[in-house]
Design a protein around this ligand. Structure first.
Ligand code: FES
Ligand code: FES
Length: 154
């Protein structure tokens, strides 16, 4: 066990865990932030995507000991009222089906648009490629990313 001082959604959090614990489980089991989901556990599905200093990152294989001073943002911290342009576009397009993959999808889309507010279709596909949706909501995801991009640039 070791003590880690993390910044999560703008708040300082101290956790006492095994240094090898993946950030996903620190968030879910120790900080009660359960919006970030466990899918595959091997960095292949994107359900556990968070932002690390603004970059979309898989949290299921990220040891808490590797975070250091980097800021963690989860779906709970993406916006105060669920009104991030990506979240609004998701509602407008009624994207989710079962919803399980959607926190990860939204975090990937938000990171993409922060880095590139005006992505091409191809860039959207590349950025979202690692986020698997077993319900097959891909067409609506792409449409929602485009709407969010349009609204960000309006
Ligand atoms: S649970 Fe992390 S990528 Fe699948
Ligand atoms: S909405 Fe069901 S897995 Fe994506």
């Amino acid at each position: 066990m070791a003590t880690f001082n993390l910044t999560v959604n703008g708040k300082k959090q101290e956790v006492d865990v095994d240094p090898a614990t993946p950030v996903l489980w620190v968030l879910r089991d120790h900080l009660d932030l359960v919006g970030t989901k466990f899918g595959c556990g091997i960095a292949q599905c994107g359900a556990c995507t968070i932002h690390l200093d603004g970059t979309a990152t898989r949290s299921c294989m990220l040891p808490v000991s590797s975070v250091g001073d980097q800021e963690i943002t989860t779906i709970e911290g993406l916006s105060e009222k669920g009104d991030h342009p990506v979240q609004k576009a998701w509602l407008e397009h009624d994207v989710p089906q079962c919803g399980y993959c959607q926190a990860g999808q939204i975090m990937s889309a938000a990171a993409l648009l922060k880095e590139n507010p005006n992505p091409t279709d191809e860039q959207i596909e590349t950025a979202m490629n690692g986020n698997i949706c077993r319900c097959g909501t891909y067409v609506r995801i792409k449409a929602a990313v485009k709407t969010a991009s349009k609204n960000i640039n309006a």
